[in-house]
Design a protein around this ligand. Structure first.
Ligand SMILES: Cc1ncc(C[n+]2csc(CCOP(=O)(O)OP(=O)(O)O)c2C)c(N)n1
Length: 622
């Protein structure tokens, strides 16, 4: 497609000059461009396609960056990136040093507030609105949030504050009835009713107009019907929840009609106080494969733009698949096993579990905090819940893990998928803090498998462990098979290879890389490799014995060094008064690692075979 208008857009101001017809052409060009780029780079396609018209309408009516338009999550903001001066650079989406897949204020002054995790926009927007009032400024503030993200506790807390505070700002809810899979929960059902409420309103107007035209019945009859309608309206009244909470509700309106969006935004822009505009969109709009399969196209790797068929690289099964297969096998025998996810059924690979055991599967929506305490209740009542949440999103449930699970020693299993560096999603999504936050919680068993076989055994160990909470972390992507016939015993490490001059202590899935590195050196008996497996309780005996022998230690983990596994080893060395020990901790240094491929991110963190080799050689003076 030739981009006649798109190539001329260098900032949102350029949109102000366009007619509605031109904006419609632009929307088509933007969609085509997004599909083409994402088909090569991968990314969050379907939500961004659905948000094209609302982006154009917002920038036609408001004046960013003076007006603060704050996007929730940021996965739907590709059109925003393109029309805010990043059209050419958009081709580098999610690549190292390229455009971020989420919102990043260091990337553009138009990315008003950083995001990647959901449901932060209303709180942040209220912060901006309050600051404006305190500073006696006049800018407008808009939070743009999806229907699934609106149901999250944080968004609801912000609404609670906003309705009470009465500050002037606008919330635009993009309702496509989808999270990654269809939105779940009572609020989603309420939105459905609002949509039919809109329908009722139209019907009501049509009935009224028609009846007015018939002289025989005329006005009095209309009144009776209207009062009946009022009865219906009190049940179905659009927006009643928001209105009752002090936030004026407008909508629902068609989120793909630019003219209607612009006119509505203009009409409500100057109304004081908190407002909510409910727009209805189609996820994947304008690209047939994404419209037909919005879940698959929510976040997708490269695909053929002509057909929508993913360009698959053949891979061994992912760790997520190994985990879900293991859990399904265990759940078939143990009726107490329950799986809980927070809006990530596909990502955690648990759709088969859901099909097989619908009564024992719960998708609680984007509600990680609730997922943890809900599991705590189930565990207290005798069930064995597995809370399956990406490492990065479980950060939200930190207090609940301590307060509701840890202190009560409840047998909840935390399965942290995507633990470690995740690559293209970048700093907001790397799962690098869980080792640190799990290990500090009393009563928590902290495990990390180093291969697929070990993961299966750990899942089975966790299912049978009754004395308290357990956490298991595993990385994104392809699994490896290294071990065979192994047994998992609480708190027991495994010596992978014996040696006398250097101890390498591994925690997690980087073991195959370590072994490959050692193979390159051709070492026979210098290096001892220990796969620690349990960070809590840790096998101090085996570790101390090895350290006493070699006096040199390298610790390796794909998590933050500060507070991580390596620091536990320093504690062991110090508490046991081991003298003259040289230690190198390899892990994520004290900075946020940006996006890139997983290998590029590992390079930045120093978690590559080359860097392992460098430190091994230094220690062994090779
Ligand atoms: C705290 C948190 N949990 C989970 C996710 C993963 N996630 C990203 S987008 C998304 C769905 C968002 O749905 P919605 O808000 O309706 O927006 P849509 O994609 O439909 O436009 C989810 C679950 C996240 N980003 N943050």
């Amino acid at each position: 497609m030739i981009y006649k208008i798109l190539t001329k857009i260098t900032s949102p101001d350029d949109l102000k000059k366009l007619s509605f017809e031109q904006l419609e052409v632009l929307a088509t060009e933007i969609r085509d461009y997004i599909v083409n780029v994402v088909s090569k780079t991968g990314g969050h396609l379907a939500s961004s396609l659905g948000a094209v018209e609302i982006t154009l309408a917002l920038y036609k009516v408001f004046n960013p960056p003076y007006d603060k338009i704050i996007w929730d999550v940021g996965h739907q903001a590709y059109c925003h990136k393109i029309v805010t001066g990043r059209m050419k650079k958009f081709k580098t989406l999610r690549q190292k040093n390229g455009i971020s897949g989420f919102l990043k204020p260091t990337e553009s002054k138009y990315d008003i507030f950083g995001a990647g995790h959901s449901s932060t926009s209303i709180s942040a927007a209220l912060g901006f609105a309050k600051a404006r009032d305190l500073n006696k400024e006049r800018y407008e503030v808009v939070a743009v949030i999806g229907d699934a993200s609106l149901a999250n506790g944080m968004a609801l807390e912000a609404i609670n504050h906003l309705g009470h505070d009465k500050t002037k700002m606008l919330i635009v809810v993009i309702d496509n009835e989808m999270s990654i899979s269809p939105t779940v929960g009572a609020l989603a059902e309420y939105f459905n009713r609002l949509m039919s409420g809109g329908f009722i309103n139209k019907l009501r107007n049509t009935i009224q107009a028609t009846l007015q035209k018939i002289p025989a019945i005329g006005y009095p009859t209309t009144k009776i019907i209207m009062s009946l309608e009022e009865g219906i309206k009190s049940i179905f009244s659009p927006g009643i929840i928001f209105d009752e909470l002090g936030i004026r509700y407008f909508g629902p309106i068609n989120g793909h009609n630019i003219k209607l969006l612009v006119e509505t935004l203009k009409n409500i822009k100057n109304i004081n106080g908190p407002k909510l505009l409910h727009i209805v969109t189609k996820k994947g709009k304008g690209y047939k494969p994404a419209e037909e399969n919005p879940t698959m196209f929510h976040g997708i790797s490269s695909f053929d733009p002509a057909t929508g068929i993913p360009i698959c690289k053949s891979m061994s099964p992912t760790y997520s698949k190994i985990f879900s297969d293991s859990l399904i096998k265990l759940a078939a025998k143990d009726k107490k096993i329950i799986a809980i996810v927070a809006a990530m059924i596909e990502g955690t690979n648990l759709s088969v579990f859901k099909e097989k055991f619908p009564d024992r599967f719960f998708d609680v929506g984007i509600a990680e905090e609730h997922a943890v305490t809900f599991a705590a209740g189930l565990a207290k009542a005798g069930f064995k819940p597995f809370v399956c949440i990406y490492s990065t999103f479980l950060q939200r449930g930190f207090d609940q893990i301590i307060h509701d699970v840890g202190i009560q020693k409840l047998p909840v299993v935390f399965v942290m998928d995507r633990a470690g560096l995740v690559g293209e999603d970048g700093a907001t999504h790397h799962g690098v803090f869980d080792i640190a936050f799990m290990k500090m919680i009393p009563n928590m068993i902290v495990m990390a498998p180093s291969d697929a076989n070990e993961l299966q055994k750990m899942v089975s160990f966790a299912a049978n462990y009754k004395k308290g909470p357990v956490s298991i972390r595993f990385p994104r992507g392809e699994s490896y098979y290294y071990h065979s016939n192994l047994q998992i015993k609480l708190g027991k490490a495994r010596i992978i290879k014996k040696g006398n001059s250097l101890t390498i202590l591994n925690f997690g899935a980087l073991l195959p890389k370590i072994i490959k590195t050692i193979e390159k050196i051709g070492d026979k008996n210098k290096i001892e490799i220990i796969d620690v497996r349990f960070l809590k309780p840790i096998d101090e005996k085996t570790i101390i014995k090895s350290i006493k022998k070699t006096k040199k230690v390298i610790t390796i983990e794909e998590g933050v060094i500060h507070g991580g596994f390596g620091e536990t080893i320093l504690r062991i060395i110090s508490e046991n008064n081991l003298k003259n020990i040289k230690v190198k901790q390899l892990g994520i240094p004290d900075k946020f690692i940006e996006h890139g491929t997983v290998e590029e991110c590992r390079e930045e963190a120093g978690l590559t075979e080359n860097n392992f080799l460098k430190h091994i050689k230094e220690f062994l003076k090779l």
